[in-house]
Design a protein around this ligand. Sequence first.
Ligand SMILES: Nc1ncnc2c1ncn2[C@@H]1O[C@H](COP(=O)(O)OP(=O)(O)OP(=O)(O)O)[C@@H](O)[C@H]1O
Ligand SMILES: [Mg+2]
Length: 238
Amino acid sequence: MGEILRVDNINVYYGSIHAIKDVSFHVNEGEIVTLIGANGAGKTTTMHTISGLMKPKSGDIVYMGQSITKMEAHKIIRLGLAQVPEGRRVFSGLSVQENLEMGAYTRKDGPAAIQQDYEMVFDLLPRLKERRTQQAGTLSGGEQQMLAIGRALMCKPKMLLLDEPSMGLSPLLVKEVFKIIKDINRQGVTVLLVEQNAKMALEIAHRAYVLETGSIKMEGEAHALANNIEVRKAYLGC
Ligand SMILES: Nc1ncnc2c1ncn2[C@@H]1O[C@H](COP(=O)(O)OP(=O)(O)OP(=O)(O)O)[C@@H](O)[C@H]1O
Ligand SMILES: [Mg+2]
């Protein structure tokens, strides 16, 4: 398995606040890698830096062999690196179908291929099919999360960045969303998953990194970290 993404020694600031400090990690093609950490650890900042919404002061981000550090966000999406943002951010005044159409707007591979992907998204997320004409703002939290994932899939990504997809969902829905992430990965999409829900994230991920106050503190196979005493105490509550 080759490397699809490498984050190399990045430093990111908000004014004088040094939010990300010499962070390095990588994701291999086909993997689910999770970045776990508490509130304010720098997970969203890391995601935004990868997707081009923020720029690092130093360091490099390499995606499929190409530096994307200075690339604009809309160009990064076109390379097949899509983000499902924290807090979902669906277009609440638009229908489910229209939200999915927004996901496909950067594509140039024609209506037949796009139609095929609607079918793929509806197979994966059957609740969206039932609600395709419903206004997105009236969907439940879990359904909005599914729509945000479906919209990102409509960009036909090679790699998906997911920022806390479990946030605010009931335990049952969290399970459902994590199962969907696993299914997406099985269909060949590489996943970088940012989560506070370390227990669930470590269950589905292949490898993991622990982010604490802007620095990577631990890394390893997900099941090894799930059994690590320090991780258990700090993130799994046992
Ligand atoms: N716009 C901003 N201006 C100043 N500081 C910010 C800004 N956004 C984030 N920060 C700071 O950067 C640090 C990292 O924040 P970030 O949002 O990346 O954390 P997070 O790990 O995603 O947290 P959460 O789990 O709460 O979403 C925090 O200390 C935060 O206060
Ligand atoms: Mg965050």
